[in-house]
Design a protein around this ligand. Structure first.
Ligand code: AMP
Length: 593
């Protein structure tokens, strides 16, 4: 594709000004992927050549890919902890990066139960900003007129802490929303939000959600797109409306803000938005929300919505049916693929079916390598961005300006095609993740440990967990973890009491990682964990079922997570009792270690 053909829109829209510049930039990057990658690695290696980390591997000033790949190992987060910890503790010497590490971005991936700390440098914010600036120019090619209204985006900041050495440690989006780049962004008619900054920046998620929803309702006719970062966030907003619409309608009817809002900055900004009573709007909200059937509620309340802006790829695909239900099947746009380590790429066809979403990695963001997934061993040959093959699956490995070198991100991607010479990737899955409701990622080892810790509570009663599996229940808002237990009860006259079982649920939650506990406690985006006890012999039936479908009897392993409907139905039909966590687990923004 040539630069000018990229500017031709499927909807007869003629880009101008900033859009032309952004689209030209995308063309330039994607036409010259290998050249850009060579330049990026050269820049990274020359500026970081004096870091302790790179000096250790004897690069001796070489900045070419061949030498880099032959000398520097591919690593995981745990390999890098000995470098990251001293930086977090206050060591300002050039350990990973020649530019000062200005903060740590706390990934939703965990290590030893705590969020991973990703180093970042000042200028990374500009790289992220650059990727954001490409999104609307691409979207405008497909959806015209987005400058004629507003975006209702539910955006939140999360709690942050400081490392022992005094650096901020917070999620990447919290860092971005609190940045001057975001707070003082120049007016852009294509990016006008209904939510004032003050509502987005309020650390109390309930006040933040309430005021953002209220603004969305007040400006309902102006809203042209509705979104949240992930699908789970948008569904949480719908759940919030379900429980709070009466209070919201009351505020609209009286023209006064609920006393639940105590944040002075929100009060001040809302005083300019909620200026007078609007009985007609309050009656409308009441008449729509009081109905039992919420099918298509989004288009009823926000009739001019053209699409939902939410990520529904990867773990979020489980929410597609519910979003379709609430939105009356509006298109869902997955616009970008990013992480705390680095932002990666954008979707060049944002209005497509969720199953067809592919992301085009922008080669200027970092240096990218690809570990073929089928033979992912330390010896595997890593492939350059420009050389990946269509149809193959790879694990993403990145080298960043901030000092991650050949770092395994843990995402498995499949090449679906090319945009110019830039490969496009479908997000296949996150390695080793068993359960996920929103940003939490629970792996098999964590689940095993949680079951072990909880089953200690049964010990004294002579009862044991003989098999277990799990399921992410996302049909309710908020979703929650369901753990199926098959028990061996020694003394049938004394099965574990309801109280003991409920404590087992809580103990499992206490054992899960900090992202899970934060979602339970601070964000309330995950509901209480549930244990469903199934009758004896159920897991044998599960094995029979798998074997009847072709599994090998010798190699059969109990799946530690199930999602296939016939299997969950089988399990549910054998449930003898259900138990929920009776309290919130412990969580504080401070790290345990
Ligand atoms: P975090 O480090 O907490 O920001 O999480 C980043 C991770 O979220 C990525 O490595 C992916 O596993 C996942 N992720 C981010 N964007 C997408 C996307 N568009 N589709 C699917 N998964 C995504």
């Amino acid at each position: 594709m040539t630069v000018d053909s990229a500017l031709r829109s499927p909807v007869n829209y003629s880009p101008s000004g900033k859009d032309v510049k952004a689209l030209r930039f995308i063309e330039e990057m994607t036409l010259n992927v290998d050249f850009v990658q060579k330049k990026v690695i050269r820049e990274i290696l020359s500026r970081n050549s004096e870091t302790e980390y790179l000096k250790r591997f004897g690069l001796k000033g070489f900045t070419d890919r061949k030498t880099f790949k032959s000398k520097v190992p591919v690593v995981t987060y745990d390999d890098l902890k000995p470098e990251i910890q001293p930086i977090a503790n206050g060591d300002r010497s050039m350990i990973l990066s020649s530019h000062p590490i200005t903060e740590f971005l706390t990934s939703s991936g965990t290590s030893a139960g705590e969020r991973k700390l990703m180093p970042t440098i000042d200028e990374d914010m500009d790289r992220r900003q650059l990727l954001y600036s490409l999104l609307m120019p691409v979207m405008n090619l497909y959806v015209p007129g987005l400058d004629k209204g507003k975006a209702l985006y539910f955006l939140f900041v999360k709690a942050e802490s400081k490392t022992p050495g005094g650096l901020p440690a917070r999620p990447v989006l919290t860092s971005y929303y609190k940045s001057e780049q975001f707070k003082r962004r120049p007016h852009d008619p294509y990016n006008v939000y209904t939510s004032p900054n003050e509502a987005i920046l309020c650390p109390d998620s309930s006040q933040s959600m309430y005021s953002q929803m209220l603004c969305g309702l007040l400006m309902r006719h102006e809203v042209l797109r509705l979104g949240a970062v992930f699908a789970s966030g948008l569904l949480r907003a719908i759940g919030f409306l379900q429980t709070n619409w009466k209070e919201l309608a009351d505020d609209i009817s009286t023209g006064t803000l609920s006393s639940r809002i105590s944040d002075p900055a929100i009060k001040e900004s809302m005083s300019k938005i909620l200026t007078k009573p609007d009985q007609e709007l309050a009656d409308f909200i009441t008449s729509v929300c009081c109905q039992d059937n919420w099918e298509g509620i989004i288009t009823k309340i926000w009739p001019n919505t053209k699409y939902l802006d939410v990520i529904v790829t990867g773990a979020m695909a489980q929410y597609i049916p519910m979003l379709e239900y609430y939105s009356g099947r509006l298109p869902m746009a997955c616009t970008m693929y990013a992480s705390s380590e680095s932002y990666f790429g954008i979707n060049m066809k944002p209005i497509c079916n969720p199953s067809e979403v592919s992301y085009t990695i922008m080669p200027n963001m970092a240096y990218f390598e690809f570990l073929p997934d089928e033979v992912a061993t330390e010896q595997s040959e890593l492939v350059e961005l420009a050389d990946v093959e269509v149809g193959k699956e790879y694990e993403l490995v990145i080298t960043t300006y901030a000092g991650l070198n050949r770092y395994r991100v843990g995402d498995i991607l499949q090449v679906t095609g090319f945009y110019n010479s830039a490969p496009q990737f479908k997000f296949v899955r996150r390695k080793n993740v068993l359960l996920s409701i929103e940003s939490d990622k629970t792996d098999e080892a964590e689940l095993q440990r949680a079951v072990e810790n909880a089953s200690v509570l049964l010990g004294e009663k002579g009862t044991r967990v003989i098999e277990y599996t799990s399921y992410a229940e996302t049909k309710t808002i908020p979703g929650h973890y369901v753990i199926y237990w098959e028990l061996l009860v020694k003394d049938q006259t004394k099965p574990p009491s309801d109280e003991v079982m409920a404590q087992c649920c809580l103990e499992m939650e206490e054992s899960l990682n900090s992202v899970y506990r934060q979602s339970r406690v601070a964000d309330k985006s995950i509901g209480p964990l549930e244990i469903r006890v199934v009758k004896n012999g159920t897991f044998e039936e599960l094995m029979d079922y798998a074997i009847s479908r072709g599994a090998s009897i010798n190699q059969y392993k109990v799946p530690r997570c199930v999602s296939f409907t016939p299997i969950t139905e089988l399990l549910d039909s054998r449930v003898v009792s259900t138990h929920f966590s009776p309290a919130l687990p412990h969580w504080s923004p401070e790290r345990r270690r």
